[in-house]
Design a protein around this ligand. Sequence first.
Ligand code: AMP
Ligand code: MG
Length: 425
Amino acid sequence: MNAPAAPPLKPFRPFKPLLPLDDALAQLLAAAEPLAGCDWVSTFEADGRVLAQDVVSALQVPAFDNSSMDGYALRAQDLQSGGATLRVAQRIAAGSVGQRLEPGTTARIFTGAPVPPGADAVVMQEDCTIIHGGADGQLAEVQVNGIPAPGQFIRRAGEDVQRGQCVLSAGTRLGPAALGLAASVGMARLPVARQPRVALFSTGDELVMPGAVEPQDMPPGSIYNSNRFFLRALLRRMGCEVSDLGIVPDDRASTIAALQAAAADNDLILTSGGVSVGEEDHIKPAVQSLGSLDLWQIAIKPGKPFAHGRIGQAHFIGLPGNPVSSFVTFLLLVRPFVLRLQGVQQLAIQSIAARADFDWAKPDKRREFLRVRRNANGGLDLFGNQSSGVLTSAVWGDGVVDVPPGQPIAPGQMVRYIPFGELLL
Ligand code: AMP
Ligand code: MG
């Protein structure tokens, strides 16, 4: 008898280790050259945009010494014995200017009004007794209770901002407080980075748009397209101008056509689904036929498949189809990418040490991002189902725990917590 034929050799596929998240992020950011040009927009409209040039103050803030209280401006030395009575010689409301304060007199003064020359302290009205009113209701004299300290209740000129000071630097993401500060130095318009133009589409023959079919009429095997809704909202929060190309069916020709159309006039094409390596995953060959592609298997959970490439001038990023994977990879990779396109430099995510009030006995080999929520005892509770398809976890949770590969967590242990607030802004 002949020896049985040896089984055919499997084709050799070199082992490609999963890419650590930090490496993927570094590669992505290195590819994200900031968009050229800037827009001057009304300060009213600049919330969430990224400053393209430094804002340098042309004045000092406050512009003049002013009172921080409603009360009486006076010379502290007139009151060294305490309980003195002063003649009210002038009245200075916010927006008006007083005269030099003569010794032995005081000025009725209101919050924000300039402290008159000669005065070096303000006494709040609660610490004064009106001795008697003057003619036509004007105050004539007040008795000051206590001994004022020189400088009290005076906000000094320039204590907030010096003339020539850079109050906001290029690359700053503008939020409400920054808009207020820009306005306080007289900026009615601000130079901001151009908004990245992003074309968004979802792939999947199973996808149906909410509204197109009522829940009771959904065909078997179909699901509603949820990724499109959160991805669009996330992109807009990150300052992008989104054009939504809808759902692209799982075939090569449609995928190529959609990518080609999107590449024409966008800085980024963002897709979800179809980025794995199954026969129904058409993104990879389609992007390769039009441009170049790096398909990464990132060592995180949720969110292993992730792709970056280029088609003409446009960047391409393919996110996984599973909703939680898509959500998490957006927060960890796409968010910093689109912010860097706008010139943001500070992209490090601040995690906080927090106590796990849960048990995570079977850690994955990949770095995991568990959906958790802070409890009233200052600890973190874990959402029961951490599956990458369970979007409820991202709504229930208020953040994620960043779990190093292979590390179990016992109740009471300190872990790295990243609030969603850190990732959604
Ligand atoms: P894929 O990455 O295309 O293999 O998809 C992985 C899983 O995510 C499948 O269960 C898909 O049905 C689901 N999925 C893909 N795209 C979406 C989407 N836009 N909304 C909701 N689920 C999706
Ligand atoms: Mg699919």
